[in-house]
Write a protein that binds this ligand. Sequence first.
Ligand code: FPP
Length: 257
Amino acid sequence: MTSNSASAEPRPESAGSVIPRHVDGTAPRHPVPRHVAIIMDGNGRWAKARGLPRAAGHKAGAEAARKVLRASGEAGVECLTLYAFSSENWRRPEAEINDLMGLLRFYLQSELNSLHREGIRLKIIGDHNAFKPDVAKMIDHAVSKTAANTRMTLAIALNYGARAEIVKAVGRIAGSGADMAQISEEMIDAALDTAELPPLDLLIRTSGEQRLSNFLLWQVAYSEMLFVDTLWPDFGAEALNAALADFAGRERRFGGL
Ligand code: FPP
C-alpha cells in the first residue's frame, strides 16, 4: 500500500495534460527515459527450452531483474517498475506461487542492504497485504528502510492489477469528500499507486507477447512501448541499453503535430 491520499493538486512532474515543448514548438527528445516499466515475460518458456522446472525460469528471471536494475541506474533511469506478480497470477498452481514468494523472500533479504547502500528507494504498487504475513512484513520493512533514498526508485508491482488500481484511486477520491462531479485527470493521477513516480516514458514487454495484461493502463497513455522477442531471463544490461537506444530515437508528440 502507499501513503497516497486523494488530492486535487496536480503533481508537478506530470502536470496533467500540459505537454512540454521546445520554444521552437518541436517535440522534445528525451535521450534517457525517466521511468521505464517492464512486463517480465517468458520465464516458463526459458525453463522449458532447457528441460528445467518453471521455478528455475523464475530464479533466472529474478537474476535478470537484478542486472536490469543496475543497468537502469547506470544509464540514468530514475524509476524502474517491474511487474513481478499480477492479481491474476493467483490462478497459477500453488507450488509456483510458493516458488515466487520464496524468491521474493530471498531477494528481499539478500538485496536490501545493497539497494539501500546504492541509494535505491523501494516502492510497491498493488496490494502486497494479501501475501503471507511474513512476506508482507519484510516488504514493509524494505520500503520503510529505503524510503528516504533519492538516487533511483525501484517500484515492484505485487498483486497488482491496473483496473483495480484505478477503481481504488476513484474510491480514495470519493472517500476524501471531493465533489465527484468535478473529478479530474490530475486527481486520479494523484490517487494512483504510482502518484509519487515520474510519468511513464517507456513500457517494455519481453517474450514476443504484445499485450498489456492489466499493467499500468492509465499511466501508459503517452508512453512509448517496446515489445521484444527475448525471453525475460535472457534480458540483461545489453538488451536494456538497446531498448534505451530505441527510445532515444523516437519522436514523442504527445498527441500534437
Ligand atoms: C512471467 O513469466 C513472469 C512472472 C509471472 C513472474 C515474474 C517474476 C520474476 C521475474 C522473478 C522475480 C519475482 C519475484 C516475485 C522476486 P511466465 O512464467 O509467465 O513465463 P511463460 O509465459 O513463458 O510461461
